[in-house]
Design a protein around this ligand. Sequence first.
Ligand SMILES: Cc1cc2nc3c(=O)[nH]c(=O)nc-3n(C[C@H](O)[C@H](O)[C@H](O)COP(=O)(O)O)c2cc1C
Length: 333
Amino acid sequence: MHISTLPPSLCLAPLRGVTGLVFRRTFTHHFGGFDCAVSPFLTTVAGTRIKATHLAEIAPARNRDLPLVPQILGKSAPQLRTLLLAIRDLGYTRTDLNAGCPWPVIVRKGRGAGLLRDADALRSMLDTGCEIMPGGFSIKVRLGIDSPDLLQARLELLNAYPLHEVTIHARTAHQRYEGEVNLPAFAQALAACRHPVRYNGDIRTAADFACLQAAFPSAAGWMVGRGAVCDPFLPARIRGDSRPPSAERLRAFLDDYLDQSAAELCGPSPLLGRLKELWSYLHLRFTDGATLWRQIRTCRRTDDYRRVLDAWWSGAPTLADIPNGVAHLLPHR
Ligand SMILES: Cc1cc2nc3c(=O)[nH]c(=O)nc-3n(C[C@H](O)[C@H](O)[C@H](O)COP(=O)(O)O)c2cc1C
């Protein structure tokens, strides 16, 4: 078994509505710790031309801080081709296919995790992806839709393609993002997959990461989503940064995130929507963050939000510990 002695490859997970361009930029500036990110999915569209606005979030000039892998959601190979060609024209040599989105309306249409059910559709997507992004096409999957056996059954198909890597979120679509990750099923998939495998699911603390790395030394990389939004110090800590986390650094990040988001978005509603999405995770990082979250949720205007935050910071808030996400499922080191 190959055990890497290199620093761990840590990828920021795509979280639609949270880990967009402004988040990736400000996060990298204030905290760092990731060596790449996968973009929230871009959907394939009918027609043969892609509007520049569809690709604005992945514009290379605005994504220099953190290497980005654009991700696509769709099930039509011709539409995938059109979008991939547009992404390739921007200069990208990597793209990821979303075969993991669990939302029933998407799965029912054969997209996201629904792609795993339809071997023919999956095959034509992989044919197209590997042709247009040779050596750079990857896929993000789940263990299955209702049961965790489906990925295992599809690995023969995935193994037949020259994929760059396979990211496995260790849940079924039925579980969405709740309940425990299924580590035995992940272990089985890891053993059967001939591509580099990236683990994803519930890495919340450095202890989670250490336990997973010890349990799965052949995993090629790690993807962290909610754990980093909730605790932005996590990726750097996983890499050995021992500086104590501080509320002041979070404040500086949040001020920057607000300013840059306000400059990008039109009107208070999308701005507050974006901030609330972030706080739905981040409030857990603070002692009594639930009280703050209740206040933020009811803000209707940006000024209300600023007032709530000013009062919060003036109370010298303290940081709370984050409970482990997966370490309890693994043998103690
Ligand atoms: C709000 C939200 C949006 C998401 N958007 C995407 C997406 O665009 N593409 C994707 O592959 N996964 C998406 N995911 C799944 C995450 O990338 C990740 O697999 C999931 O959050 C589990 O990892 P975590 O426990 O580290 O957060 C999303 C998850 C959430 C909660």
